[in-house]
Write a protein that binds this ligand. Structure first.
Ligand code: IYR
Length: 230
């Protein structure tokens, strides 16, 4: 039987009650800002303070998660030697991917992005953030404990990380070399943590180019079922 007692609570602090017009205006402004985000592959080597990364990870760590288990760990890498090792390992996997691992239809789907096995940004950008999720936990008694919705949770946290870095004024790239096991080794993470994504963050290069892509229009991605039309 689960416990019958109510868990401890405290009042919801700091929630601003806003009028509907203000809700709309704020939502529009934030959507406009997030819509200006582009995935960037050409980076400047201009340094970025570590405090920016720390605050962005703090934002990510506030994400909702299954049973509030917060099944994530972030490794921020600014060390050139580690970035070099990551680039070498990632490019080795990518060469296999582009040469023979990827099926033809996958390569066709990637063609508009113009990606190749060369990943210079892994060394040029000032920060790489390796995001890990915990498939399970090792409890204080050394026993394995289950985590719930770990991948979903870390995905939400990563979205908030990207949004915060963008809001701060940095460009990002969600890089997913496959397989990513080398990150566990290079970064010395425990085996029960799995790499989720390698996020690249920095200023874009002055001459950065991005693919000419479009976003699906709202009516394509939204269905509203409402009893009123305002
Ligand atoms: N990991 C490879 C291939 C790649 C796959 C997807 I799905 C992308 O959206 C982009 C790239 C690479 O980084 O080149």
């Amino acid at each position: 039987m689960s416990q019958q007692q109510q868990p401890p609570t405290h009042p919801l602090h700091g929630f601003a009650q806003r009028e509907p017009d203000e809700l709309i205006q704020r939502a529009r402004a934030y959507a406009d800002e997030l819509s200006r985000r582009r995935t960037v592959r050409d980076y400047s080597d201009r340094p970025v303070p570590r405090a920016v990364i720390e605050q962005a990870v703090r934002a990510a760590g506030s994400a909702p998660s299954g049973a509030n288990q917060q099944p994530w760990h972030f490794v921020a890498i600014g060390d050139p030697a580690i970035k070099q090792a990551i680039r070498a390992a990632a490019e080795e996997e990518e060469r296999a991917f582009y040469a023979h691992r990827a099926p033809e239809d996958w390569l066709d789907a990637l063609a508009p992005l113009g990606t190749t096995a060369d990943k210079p940004f892994l060394e040029t950008a000032p920060w790489l953030i390796a995001v890990f999720y915990e498939r399970h936990r090792i409890g204080s008694d050394g026993q394995r404990e289950k985590t719930y919705y770990a991948i979903d949770s870390v995905g939400i946290a990563t979205g908030m990380l990207i949004a915060t870095l963008h809001h701060a004024g940095l460009a990002t790239l969600t890089h997913t070399p496959s397989p990513m096991g080398f990150l566990t080794e290079i970064l010395g993470r425990p085996k029960h943590e799995r790499p989720f994504v390698l996020l690249v963050a920095g200023y874009p290069a002055d001459d950065a180019q991005v693919p000419a892509i479009t976003r699906r229009p709202l009516p394509d991605i939204l269905t509203v079922l409402s009893d009123h039309s305002d």
